[in-house]
Write a protein that binds this ligand. Structure first.
Ligand code: GLU
Length: 322
């Protein structure tokens, strides 16, 4: 590789694969993970694997092991040790304390139904099922202890949001308005950090510069950018790619039958067939092509290119494997 001119400091290229072991990996996960892997590997960057296992009740036993197996089977590798998000809870709490001390976050005792009742109009919220929080607890408590002592309830922690939006440029989705939709939860009432906080803290601590993931997380991005800002860190470059959906155009899920990689593997489908079908859906190869992730990587020596990726969701059906 040619050396950059002296004095020119290039931004490092560091990405991550961040699966949640809440179920087995399915084809939808596989497509975004393949794209995330290629985007970093094609630029010679570093790629971490972080298992996002803090969503306690939804984490299935054995899911971490099968996730690692699936990634290896697909031919997607990573650098260094596997990072386990639940091993970083004290670091997340430290950041929560800093945000509380700085007055950027506050304890909230409201229950979900109270929030729903208080929301007077059907707002468009970034979580389809979560109404915009009306701010009832903002400025109400001097500390978490006081809030709990007076109400007998456990507190969530919310970020105090003073801006309507943080517009940003997504590498695939383009210009995004970045609506934030009010004060949002960064630690849940059960004491675990919310996804929005944990993902940002972990990405900052591991120096991540590129985030490529499915576009169901696009609405979370401005919230995360606000956390980056409060923590004095630069946001990574974001690339959100279309989801994989079933024939009914709903997000790929159990109702569409078993589309887990484990099932295809059991039935003797090869990783080359899966990668070929995914690459075909991205517009890179002819239908029926079988190839390895490494073959795709070899084709990207001149740079990772998403120009043939359709902006519509990919509709999955098992016919794609024939
Ligand atoms: N763990 C999340 C998921 O599997 C991804 C989080 C992220 O990429 O920011 O959906």
């Amino acid at each position: 590789m040619t050396q950059p001119p002296e004095g020119l400091k290039l931004r490092p290229l560091i990405g991550r694969l961040a699966p949640s072991p809440t179920g087995v990996l399915h084809l939808g996960n596989a497509r975004s993970l393949l794209l995330a892997w290629l985007s970093i590997r094609s630029g010679g960057g570093q790629l971490w694997l972080r298992i996002e296992d803090i969503d306690g009740p939804r984490v299935r036993s054995g899911a971490i092991e099968s996730c690692l197996e699936d990634l290896q089977w697909l031919g997607l590798d990573w650098d260094g040790d596997v990072q386990i998000q639940s091993e970083r809870l004290s670091r997340h709490q430290q950041v929560l304390d800093d945000l509380l001390d700085a007055g950027l976050a506050y304890p909230c005792v409201c229950t979900r139904s109270e929030v729903e009742e208080a929301a007077s109009a059907p707002h468009e919220s970034s979580d389809a099922d979560a109404p915009v929080y009306p701010g009832s607890c903002r400025g109400r408590w001097s500390s978490e202890q006081q809030a709990t002592a007076e109400t007998g309830r456990n507190c969530a922690i919310r970020l105090a949001v003073n801006e309507d939006a943080i517009p940003f440029e997504d590498r695939f989705a383009g210009r995004c308005e970045g609506q934030i939709h009010g004060d949002f939860v960064i630690r849940k009432r059960d004491g675990t950090p919310a996804y929005q906080l944990a993902v940002v803290v972990d990405d900052i601590d591991s120096g991540v510069t590129e985030v490529l993931r499915a576009d169901d997380l696009l609405p979370s991005t401005p919230r995360q950018m606000l956390i980056y800002r409060h923590l004095g860190a630069e946001s990574p470059r974001f690339t959100h790619v279309p989801l994989v959906v079933g024939p009914d155009r709903r997000r790929l899920a159990k109702r569409h039958g078993d589309t887990s990689l484990a099932r295809y593997r059991r039935e003797g489908v090869t990783p080359e067939t899966i990668i070929g079908a995914l690459a075909h859906s991205i517009g890179w190869v002819e239908e029926g092509t079988r190839c390895r992730a490494q073959d795709l990587l070899d084709g990207f020596l001149d740079g990772f290119d998403l120009s043939s990726l359709p902006h519509e969701p990919m509709i999955w059906s098992d016919d794609r494997l024939r």
